[in-house]
Design a protein around this ligand. Structure first.
Ligand SMILES: Nc1ncnc2c1ncn2[C@@H]1O[C@H](COP(=O)(O)OP(=O)(O)O)[C@@H](O)[C@H]1O
Ligand SMILES: [Mg+2]
Length: 150
């Protein structure tokens, strides 16, 4: 992916393939493009507002007509009790789509992902790698790649 527009376009492809009930992990260093990818996905779903990084709030909520999208960033996550008390576990349900930046910081609190997208620096651009964890994730990945190449 040579530039930001390409990352946003991958998000657009994701928007056509994701379904409620899915959990997607976004893995990669600071500045790899995880939030940019989420922005592309939200734009593709028709969200026209500002997409903020949830670094300090842990989660940003985007309500759509038939589901909620929860965008987590666990970079600063330290307290599993806070997770419990805030009821974040319930955000992972059949009516929601959950995207999680820095899932590795969540340890065992997180349910396993349907899909994992890994972003790495590649020169001036980025390399994206997709890996499915469930059958639904595999279907989603196939669709993303189909929309992405076409
Ligand atoms: N494919 C790409 N090539 C070059 N720059 C990119 C690409 N995708 C995103 N960027 C830029 O890299 C930065 C990524 O920031 P961000 O999405 O906040 O990263 P993260 O959430 O992974 O920390 C932004 O400045 C964005 O414009
Ligand atoms: Mg981010």
């Amino acid at each position: 992916m040579p530039d930001e527009a390409a990352t946003l376009a991958l998000g657009t492809a994701m928007a056509r393939a994701v379904r409620p009930g899915m959990t997607i992990w976004l893995v990669g260093d600071l500045g790899a493009g995880k939030t940019t990818l989420t922005r592309g996905l939200l734009r593709g779903l028709g969200f026209g507002g500002r997409v903020k990084s949830p670094t300090y709030t842990l989660v940003e909520i985007y309500p759509f007509s038939s589901f909620n999208l929860y965008h987590f960033d666990l970079y600063r996550f330290v307290d599993p009790e806070e997770w419990q008390d805030a009821g974040f576990r319930e955000y992972f349900n059949p009516e929601s789509i959950c995207l999680v930046e820095w899932p590795e910081k969540g340890g065992a609190i997180l349910p396993p992902p349907d899909l994992e997208i890994r972003l790495d620096m590649a020169g001036e651009g980025r390399l994206a790698r997709l890996r499915s964890g469930t059958e639904e994730g595999g279907r989603c990945m196939d669709e993303i790649l189909a929309y992405w190449s076409g």
